[in-house]
Design a protein around this ligand. Sequence first.
Ligand code: APR
Length: 255
Amino acid sequence: MIEEAAKIIAHSRFLIAFTGAGVSAESGIPTFRGRGGLWENYRIEEVATPEAFRRDPNLVWAFYKMRMKIMKDAKPNNAHLVLAELEKMGILRAVITQNIDNLHKEAGNQHIVELHGDIYRVKCTRCDYMEDLLESGKLEDFLKEKNLPKCPECASLLRPDVVWFGEPLPQEALQKAFKLAERADVCLVVGTSAQVFPAAYVPYTVKDNGGSVIEVNTKESGITPIADVFLRGKAGEVMQSLLVKVKRYLESEKC
Ligand code: APR
């Protein structure tokens, strides 16, 4: 199976990766669905919708600050690092991610499309103000502040720049993702249950255009039925073995 996946990747013309929470699980960031997932302990309607934010911004901000704290201490794991190396090797063209944890960037990938936003970015609920708390160096102070965050320009409430349930995805990212999916001949899907749309259409688009889908997951997902190769296991471990095989494959073809 892994040999087959390595061969497909080594022969790919335009490889993209589509990632979800499972790619960051080994970095200590909880996934959403299944045992121990965030949606087991929190209700989506209470913490991840525009209505929830209007009703109780304190509760929603407490949820996102809790996640910010976990994410800021997390480091990229082998799965992120392998994706970065595949990009450096000129094989992987882009990572399209549903994650908001910034770990693909930290690992070194340059071509990243974030479909669901970025937890470190905040934006005003009224004006155009936006701030990246990592870039501005204000993350630690932001996390310590007990009061609700207010816009420095118009004093309205700030919100996290993430996509909540019931909200449209950012247009530019969405267009970029599907343009890449249209061009791709192979999609490497890592650690997603593929239950949230339109993001999960990315691998289907590649498949519909005659491309191949390789999936890495600890268990079957919504994508498994269309996967040409399903690699069961933890992303960090599987991706590491996959990279070794891809390199071996490329070497053997050189001879
Ligand atoms: N390695 C590989 N896969 C893993 C690992 C691991 N170590 N741990 C968990 N997984 C898999 C699970 O089997 C599951 O299929 O990762 C997937 C995680 O699925 P979800 O929790 O549903 O996360 P995701 O698919 O990213 O969710 C999509 O839903 O709640 C929204 O906005 C949120 O972006 C998120 C979207």
